[in-house]
Design a protein around this ligand. Structure first.
Ligand SMILES: *Cc1c(COP(=O)(O)O)cnc(C)c1O
Length: 405
């Protein structure tokens, strides 16, 4: 087959399913927090592949883990276990509340495993009436049919026929709304320990502690979806560690592979035993290549110096955004935790987050949105301070243009 056809943005519309609307920019290489496109234009990366590239692009530790494992063995299936998976699982267990790990390939798959485990645990331990899952409005847990149904935006789960049943939604940071729904028929409460996609919303202390208590009172499991918050993003290795509330099941993905697809569900031995042989599985889950890269990423991020650097770098973002805001008055609030930051647009700019993203891209800095009213930043945890300064200068140019318009 000939390779003589233009590989450009127009080809996307020709050959790809139209569920995404990608930018016209097609990046071809990256180094640290800088990325270059087909025309060799340089961008500063404040997006981190949506909180995935925790160590930027082509971090030497990850490249070398990938190369080394790539020359040993790529795949075995779960008919056999493998060294990288065992090593990564051991490290996850050593550094968290968990005693057992199940590997998947994405956040949604990790959550799918968590939900199935919670349902099976409830059936085994408490009988067939304990099936209710309480989740939260504006929550996000992935796009498989079960996880998107548990997610708190009906628009994402509508239109695909009958949904998995007995899933209800309370209001985040509203304990009364949880009390109104919970009963002894509740099997699990599923929540993000900081809502990411839903708008960078931190839980209050009373709320998250109250949810834990309600779970205990009603023999329900508390499931923390740390797909976005995990692996150093908030400055803690996992966000739960900063909340003083420990879940029964936790999921982690995105930054776990630093750019290589992997996810995991973590839990206690007592709960894990309900996923007996044959109850669940994944062909690629625990793949040696993915786990080797994941192990390298986890080693670097769990270094206390790297974790301590997160809050220092976060302060540079907050200071930079506040300085921009003093001049242009575009944000009503800068919020988030660690390097998961949301700049909330004022009334005058409602619905325009995507315009900020596009304007920033035109000035050479990649950002994200969280809904229509929030510009989100989720850069590398080791982004050089110079890159923050340069990216912020470019972002300011974009804001200046929008504020004039
Ligand atoms: C991104 C995300 C997911 C989904 O992860 P995928 O890898 O896209 O399946 C689930 N939960 C949260 C909190 C996320 O941010």
């Amino acid at each position: 087959m000939s390779n003589h056809f233009p590989v450009d943005r127009a080809l996307f519309d020709d050959v790809m399913v139209p569920n995404y609307a990608p930018s016209s920019v097609i990046p071809v290489r990256g180094q640290g927090s800088r990325v270059w496109d087909q025309q060799d234009r340089e961008f500063i990366d404040f997006a981190g592949g949506i909180a995935v590239n925790c160590l930027g692009h082509c971090h030497p530790a990850l490249v070398s883990a990938l190369k080394e494992q790539g020359e040993k063995i790529w795949h075995l299936s779960n008919v056999m276990t493998n060294e990288p998976a065992l090593r990564l699982a051991k490290k996850l267990v050593d550094r968290t509340f968990a005693e057992k790990v199940y590997f998947a390939n994405s956040g949604a798959e990790s959550n799918e495993a968590a939900l199935k485990l919670a349902r099976r645990w409830a059936l085994d331990v408490h009988g067939e009436d304990k099936t209710q899952i309480i989740a939260f409005k504006q929550g996000f847990h992935g796009r498989t049919f079960f996880t998107v149904t548990v997610g708190g935006q009906a628009a994402y789960s509508d239109g695909f026929g009958p949904k998995p049943g007995d899933v209800v939604h309370a209001e985040y940071n509203n304990l009364e709304s949880v009390k109104a729904l919970i009963s002894d028929k509740t099997c699990a409460i599923v929540m993000e320990p900081l809502q990411g996609e839903g708008g960078i919303v931190s839980p209050t202390k009373e709320f998250v502690e109250g949810v834990r208590e309600l779970c205990d009172q009603h023999n329900a499991l508390l499931v923390f979806d740390e797909v976005q918050t995990g692996v150093g993003r908030t400055g803690e290795l996992y966000a739960y560690m900063g909340l003083g509330v420990t879940p029964d099941i936790m999921t982690t993905a995105k930054a776990l592979g630093g750019g290589f697809p992997i996810g995991a569900m973590l839990t206690t031995t007592e709960i894990a035993k309900h996923l007996k042989i044959g109850t669940h599985g994944s062909t690629y889950g625990g793949n040696p290549l993915a786990c080797a890269v994941g192990e390298a990423a986890f080693d670097v991020v769990s270094d206390p110096e790297v974790l301590a650097g997160v809050s220092k770098k976060a302060q540079l973002y907050i200071d930079g955004l506040n300085a921009i805001n003093e001049k242009y008055k575009v944000f009503s609030e800068i919020r988030g935790k660690g390097l998961l930051i949301g700049a909330v647009l004022t009334q005058d700019y409602q619905g325009k987050a995507k315009d900020f993203l596009n304007a920033a891209m035109a000035e050479g800095v990649m950002t994200l949105v969280a809904g229509a009213n929030i510009v989100r930043f989720a850069p590398s945890l080791v982004i050089p301070d110079e890159d923050i300064a340069e990216g912020m200068a470019r972002f300011e140019k974009a804001v200046a243009k929008l504020a004039q318009a």
